[in-house]
Design a binder for this molecule. Structure first.
Ligand code: CP
Length: 324
């Protein structure tokens, strides 16, 4: 079975959440609509609902993370699940145990859901193939492949401001080659019917034949940003680069860094987004990151409701699915 196929159970409900590619438009809308209902929980004095009481969630992050790991933990706690965060440096994988043996042992402690981040593309899919049928897996970022909950929180944030995707022009800028976020965003925007998806990057930071994904490629910011509704900046993933793919950081910022001057090409009410972590002065100027068009911190806040939605749909049972 492919990553897309094993995500659904026999009744057509979500069982794992591994990739955006292959999901239906109905599934994406269901995640967004359920997330909408959880926004309010964050504004209550007691920020909790009992939906996942008695369920156990393990955050298994083998790569660094601030936003994803923390918002998954907060989301699970707001759903009243018991949450365990494992520090990879203290795990027995550092003594030679395989990841699958680690998962076996944690599953023997009656874990219901693993949230997995790993530097290997396909790691979450491998774990999903291995666990027993009652256990669910969420991909929290696997290598260069996908980061599906990030893309869902991004389209959720866009939809709050621009509900009509039919007329939406989105530019994704920067290191597309190494970006799992860009891959998931492109799939999500395509499935939701965005009018135009532009990729803006130097040729060295674009995958070959990326146009096959149904995007338009630009190598310069001036024409690429013209009249766009949304601009999503990406981090230069220097840790994943083999050899020099940019001439220098200063030249990269001059050509592709988002400044107020370059942003003037876009619509005046353009939404500026970035999945984080941001590198100020490398891919985005502080005046833009902290400016009036920036939604960067709203993306982080929305990540809680969107991750609550995905976990609730995976573990909340038939009643959760029928209600929505
Ligand atoms: N956007 C994102 O994945 O951030 P973290 O690496 O901090 O989780």
């Amino acid at each position: 079975m492919t990553g897309a196929e094993i995500q659904y159970d026999a009744e057509g409900g979500l069982h794992h959440f591994l990739t955006i590619e292959g999901l239906s438009r109905e599934t994406l809308l269901q995640i967004l609509d359920v997330a909408e209902t959880f926004i309010d929980v964050g504004h209550r004095e007691i920020k909790k609902v009992p939906l996942l009481r008695g369920k156990t969630v393990v955050n298994l992050f083998f790569e660094a993370s601030t936003r994803t790991r923390t918002t998954f933990e907060i989301a699970a706690k707001r759903l009243s699940a018991d949450v365990i965060n494992l520090n990879p440096l203290r795990l027995s994988t550092s003594k030679g145990e395989t990841v699958l043996d680690t998962v076996n042992n944690l599953e023997a402690m009656h874990t219901d859901l693993f949230v997995v981040r790993d530097s290997y593309s396909g790691a979450a899919y491998l774990v999903a193939q291995h666990v027993p049928p009652h256990v669910s897996i969420i991909n929290a970022g696997d290598g260069r492949h996908e980061h599906p909950t990030q893309a869902m929180l991004d389209v959720f944030t866009i939809r709050q401001h621009r509900p009509d995707f039919d007329n939406l022009k989105v530019a994704i800028v920067g290191d597309i080659l190494h970006s799992r976020v860009a891959r998931s965003q492109i799939h999500a925007l395509k499935i939701l019917g965005a009018e135009e998806i532009r990729l803006i990057a130097p040729k060295t930071l674009l995958p070959t034949e990326v146009e096959r994904l149904g995007v338009t490629v630009f190598n310069d910011m001036k024409s690429g940003l013209r009249d766009v509704d949304v601009v999503i900046m990406l981090r230069l993933q220097l840790e994943r680069m083999q050899g020099s793919l940019i001439a220098s950081e200063q030249e990269y910022f001059n050509l592709y860094g988002l400044t107020q001057e370059k942003l003037a090409q876009a619509r005046p009410d353009v939404l500026v987004m970035h999945p984080g972590p941001i590198n100020r002065g490398l891919e985005i100027a502080s005046e833009v990151a902290d400016g009036p068009n920036s939604l960067i911190l709203s993306q982080v806040t929305n990540g809680i409701a969107v991750r609550m939605s995905v976990m609730a749909l995976l573990l909340g049972g038939q009643s959760m699915r029928k209600e929505h």
